[in-house]
Write a new protein. Structure first.
Length: 80
């Protein structure tokens, strides 16, 4: 979980609270602002998902590189 996931969740919750307050008070502008915050929060969480996937992919590349390097070293030593 990244900071963006946390920020997105906080923004989403704030938006839900603001939307509900707008509904209760009859303030359409506040209600719409709350909905917009929820969209922003979802976008932030989506960014966090992308960051997680990029980090996972980077780890996979690093692992594959280490394995290949080990194979090359073994070959150069005549172990394979």
């Amino acid at each position: 979980m990244t900071d963006e996931h946390v920020k997105g969740t906080v923004t989403d919750v704030k938006g839900k609270v603001e939307e509900t307050a707008g509904k209760v008070t009859g303030d359409e502008e506040q209600e719409l602002h709350g909905k917009a915050k929820q969209v922003q929060g979802e976008a932030q969480k989506g960014l966090g998902d992308v960051q997680d996937k990029a980090q996972d992919a980077l780890g996979d590349v690093a692992d594959a590189t280490k394995e290949t390097l080990g194979d090359v070293q073994d070959t150069l030593r005549g172990e394979k």
